[in-house]
Design a protein around this ligand. Structure first.
Ligand code: C5P
Length: 285
């Protein structure tokens, strides 16, 4: 096999609880990940050079070592003393630096794709090990599950075997937000900290959309809004337009709404001005 094409989906965080700052500078968190239908397409092609190259038409995607997909390939290539080169072609549909973990998902797709293409024989726990060295959100994408509980930095994954399918409108302002900048603005208030994961989980298990929508939460929201106070209007606009629940995903600026049907999602999306935002109708994958 000389070439392999894989889908690389985005995620949403239905809940993001930040528990404490750790001695290593990261934050201990608890989250529920949802894999969604918005996806990049990655083609891995062996080549005769001894280089790894990234091709992507999106201007904000790094083409060298700043790209997690490049780092993932480099790690495997070094560890397994692979001498041949590799082209990584990324068709970018997921907004960049937007709280959707597009770069992390690309890295996971490269890890599992190269495991096949280079016939490395790595098991899932070994791939997860590589994933956690690359970033906190990478490991989730190595599990074949629509929903998962994430703990630790977000890299410890427990798949939730749920068959629920949710519909969302996802709105992403055309502004990049760096995760580290958002975390740096976080003011931890740990008094009476609610266990938002366990509040939401029963509603997700039952597919109780109304209660689920009311239980969405993200502890990074005050930090996101301290960087961009105007984004509160985005949430308000979705709610005013009839969304049942609205929440930021990850470190933002993407905001998503839960809606009851594909049809409702389409009519809601039509209300967003394309000059300032990118908007998508997505479902659980
Ligand atoms: O792990 P990742 O490289 O995606 O994290 C980017 C940045 O986000 C980290 O450097 C850190 O500042 C912050 N972060 C954190 N706690 C986490 C995950 C990320 O503080 N659990």
């Amino acid at each position: 096999m000389d070439r392999l094409t894989v889908l690389s989906p985005a995620k949403l965080n239905l809940v993001l609880d930040i528990l404490r700052k750790r001695p290593d500078g990261y934050h201990e968190l608890r989250t529920i990940f949802e894999r969604i239908s918005l996806a990049d397409k990655i083609t891995l092609s062996r080549n005769k050079t001894n280089k790894i190259s990234i091709r992507c038409a999106h201007p904000h995607v790094p083409k060298g070592p700043g790209n997690l997909a490049y780092k993932a390939a480099m790690m495997l290539r070094n560890d397994f003393s692979i001498s041949e080169g590799l082209d990584i072609n990324i068709i970018k549909n997921i907004p960049v630096a937007a709280g959707l973990a597009g770069g992390s998902s690309n890295a996971a797709a490269v890890l599992s794709g190269l495991n096949c293409l280079w016939q490395l024989g790595l098991g899932n726990s070994q791939l997860v090990n590589y994933a956690s060295r690359l970033g906190s959100d990478v490991a989730f994408f190595l599990y074949d599950t629509s929903f998962a509980l994430g703990t630790g930095r977000g890299e410890r994954i427990k798949p939730l075997g749920l068959k629920v399918k949710l519909w969302h409108v996802l709105v992403t302002p055309k502004v990049k937000m760096l995760t580290a900048d958002v975390f740096a603005r976080l003011k931890l208030n740990l008094t009476n900290k609610k266990d938002n994961v366990n509040i939401l989980l029963p509603f997700l298990r039952k597919g109780d959309l109304e209660r689920l929508a009311g239980a969405l939460s993200n502890d990074l929201e005050p930090a996101i809004l301290s960087l961009r106070p105007d984004f509160i209007y985005l949430k308000k606009k979705l709610l005013d337009a009839g969304a049942t629940g609205v929440c930021f995903s990850g470190s933002g600026p993407s905001v998503f709404a839960c809606v009851g049907s594909h049809k409702h999602a389409l009519s809601l999306r039509a209300k967003f001005d394309r000059r300032y935002t990118q908007s998508f109708v997505v479902s659980t994958l």
